[in-house]
Design a protein around this ligand. Structure first.
Ligand code: SF4
Length: 328
């Protein structure tokens, strides 16, 4: 894997903005590149501090850390802009330089029954997307990029919790092709009603997400039932700027109406060890990243539900309503 950190763009932006001190956030997979990036920044006479907190998405922009440290600029590597915040941020998206042709050829048998395909990519592949589109068009496919919608930064761009741009083209296509990894394509298969084919660039593999969807939906149904049976319920809110998926006060009122005892708990990041000592809580609803409840099902001993799933458990929405619009 060869990554292009766009050093020239970084240097040029820093020379224009002239910060004295910066905080750098690196996505998890590129934290190993901190030393090299530090050299580039410090060569301009700029003081540079790296955030060691986890950074799974651009929802986690470290504004509070940046303010506490008194830096002039936050540099966020590995994601595109996700939300508006009142602090100067430079987003460095990072390009993954790969020859995708072998994988594109490998995908053709999986797409033989589909003429109209929807196409989305995770941010590291943005620079390749027009070539990928042309490749499929030369094979006789009609290709539509997902719309720029919600928190996604570009046409065709996908993140793990924002699928409105894909839903917007759902009626025009027969199947979706996702360039990236299992995380984004699994979210897509849960959000959409059309087949989703993943071009897994990191494992050199092409696969359909269909079987996975059924397995996850069964797990979600189990968690919903457990919330219905629960007496003591924890509502977890994270303090990351882009992770506010639902209204805790609304849930508290609804849970109380149904004779349950809710408590609201805040944390910087939800992890199994942090909830362990809340041992009298029977089930949790998390309003942070919806993918924690879904992807980390097996890591938690207590049921963890998303806001949408909690609405189903409380009888405010039906499971079929949620399936129609997508559980993510
Ligand atoms: S909320 Fe979760 S899925 Fe959405 S951008 Fe953040 S980490 Fe990714």
């Amino acid at each position: 894997m060869t990554l292009d950190f766009e050093k020239e763009k970084l240097i040029s932006e820093l020379q224009t903005r002239k910060p004295k001190k910066v905080l750098v956030q690196l996505a998890e997979g590129i934290k190993r590149d901190a030393s090299e990036i530090a050299e580039w920044i410090e060569s301009l006479g700029i003081e540079c501090i790296f955030s060691g907190e986890s950074c799974w998405g651009a929802c986690s922009v470290a504004v509070q850390e940046a303010q506490a440290l008194g830096v002039d600029l936050l540099i966020h590597f590995g994601h595109a802009q996700f939300i508006e915040v009142d602090f100067p941020i430079l987003y460095m998206e990072v390009q993954d330089i790969l020859d995708l042709n072998p994988l594109l050829n490998k995908s053709l048998p999986h797409l033989k029954d589909y003429e109209k395909i929807g196409l989305s990519y995770s941010i590291q592949h943005r620079h390749d997307i027009q070539n990928i589109k042309s490749f499929y068009e030369e094979q006789g496919k009609k290709v539509t990029l997902s719309k720029k919608a919600g928190t996604n930064a570009y046409e065709g761009h996908i993140t793990g919790c924002e699928y409105r741009g894909l839903k917007a083209i759902q009626e025009q296509v027969e199947a979706f092709v996702i360039i990236g990894n299992q995380f984004h394509s699994m979210g897509a298969t849960l959000a959409l009603r059309k087949p989703v084919i993943l071009l897994d660039v990191y494992n050199d593999d092409v696969r359909s997400m269909e079987g996975l969807r059924e397995k996850i939906l069964k797990q979600r149904a189990i968690s919903i039932q457990k919330l219905r049976d629960a007496k003591n319920v924890g509502i977890i809110v994270e303090i990351k700027p882009g992770q506010k998926f639902g209204n805790p006060k609304y849930l508290v009122d609804k849970l109380k109406e149904q004779g349950k005892n809710p408590v609201v708990i805040t944390m910087s990041e939800l992890t199994p060890d942090k909830i362990m000592n809340f041992y009298n809580i029977d089930a949790f609803i998390e309003l942070a990243c919806p993918r924690i409840a879904i992807d980390d099902f097996a890591k938690y001993h207590k049921p963890i539900l998303t806001f949408k799933e909690a609405l189903v458990a409380l009888g405010i929405k039906s499971w079929n309503d949620i399936l129609k619009t997508g559980i993510v």
